[in-house]
Design a protein around this ligand. Structure first.
Ligand SMILES: [Zn+2]
Length: 257
C-alpha cells in the first residue's frame, strides 16, 4: 500500500497559508513535528478547528511516495483560555512556539517539547499580565536543558573555578557564546579584545535565580525573576543563550522590549 491513515494526539503550533490558498499546519506530537496540508476554503470546518494553541487528536492521510500528509479530521481535546488574557500572554505562547520551530522541537525531543508547551499554555491562565513575558524567559531557560545547551551555573566553564569562591564574581556571559565565565576569565577575554558592551554581567543572585527557575512552575519562576534585583541580568542571559540556541533572533523576544 502506498498510502495509509494515521492518528496523532498533540498540539497545533502554527498555521500558514500557501500562495494557492491551502493551509499548512505545524503539529507537534510524540511522534514528531508534522507539517499537515489542509485543503479547502475559509469555510472549511477543519480549518476552523485546526487553529494554533489547540490540543487535538488528528487524522491524517499519508502518501508514502511523496511523504505528503493531508489532514482529514480534527477532534479538539483542550483549548487554553490563558492566551486570550492579554497581548503579552499571546506573545509568550507565540514565542515558545517560535523557539520550538526554530530548534526542530529541541533537536527532536518531541515529547518533552509537547509536555513543556502544554503546561505553559495551561499555566498562562494563572499568570498576570506583568509576569507573562517572564514566563517566556523561564520557558526558554528550561528548554536549554533538553537541547543540551544549559550552561554550568556552579563553576566557570573556562578555568573550573566555583562561583561560590570569593572573588570569582561578578562573572560574565559573552554574547554569542554558551558558557558563564568567572571575573578573572572575563577580564582576560576583555584584554584580548572582546567588547565589554557584548558582555552580560551576573552575580550570585542571578545564578541562584537561574538555578531555582528550573525547579519551579512557569508562574512561580516568573514571579521570582520579576522580584529579583538581578532580573535584567537574568533576562539578558536567557535571551542571549536562547538566540544562540535558535541560531538567530527570536521575533517574540524583540516585541517585549
Ligand atoms: Zn574562570
Amino acid at each position: 500500500m502506498a498510502e495509509r491513515n494515521e492518528r496523532h494526539k498533540g498540539l497545533v503550533l502554527h498555521a500558514r497559508d500557501t500562495a494557492r490558498g491551502d493551509r499548512i499546519i505545524d503539529f507537534l506530537c510524540d511522534e514528531g513535528l508534522l507539517s499537515l496540508f489542509l485543503f479547502g476554503g475559509p469555510k472549511s470546518t477543519l480549518r476552523s478547528a485546526a487553529t494554533p494553541f489547540v490540543s487535538a487528536e488528528i487524522e491524517a492521510y499519508r502518501d508514502r511516495r511523496s511523504d505528503f500528509i493531508k489532514l482529514t479530521g480534527v477532534n479538539i481535546l483542550e483549548t487554553y483560555e490563558g492566551i486570550q488574557k492579554s497581548f503579552s500572554h499571546m506573545q509568550t505562547a507565540s514565542g515558545a512556539v517560535e523557539f520550538i520551530l526554530h530548534t526542530s522541537a529541541f533537536g527532536g525531543e518531541y515529547s518533552q517539547a509537547l509536555a513543556m508547551m502544554t503546561s505553559l499554555l495551561r499555566e498562562l491562565d494563572e499568570i498576570d499580565e506583568g509576569h507573562a513575558g517572564l514566563a517566556l524567559h523561564v520557558f526558554l531557560w528550561k528548554a536549554l536543558v533538553p537541547l543540551g545547551l544549559a550552561p554550568d551555573t556552579s563553576a566557570c566553564e573556562r578555568c573550573g573555578r566555583p562561583f561560590s569562591e570569593k572573588g570569582s564574581l561578578p562573572g560574565r556571559l559573552l554574547m554569542g557564546e554558551r558558557s558563564l565565565l568567572c571575573a578573572a576569565c572575563s577580564e582576560e577575554r576583555r584584554e584580548q579584545g572582546f567588547p565589554v558592551s557584548a558582555m552580560i554581567w551576573f552575580d550570585a543572585e542571578a545564578l541562584s535565580c537561574l538555578k531555582m527557575a528550573l525547579q519551579r512552575s512557569y508562574g512561580e519562576a516568573a514571579q521570582m525573576v520579576g522580584a529579583s534585583s538581578s532580573s535584567s541580568s537574568v533576562r539578558a542571559i536567557i535571551e542571549s543563550l536562547a538566540e544562540s540556541a535558535a541560531e538567530g533572533p527570536l521575533q517574540s523576544l524583540r516585541l517585549f522590549h
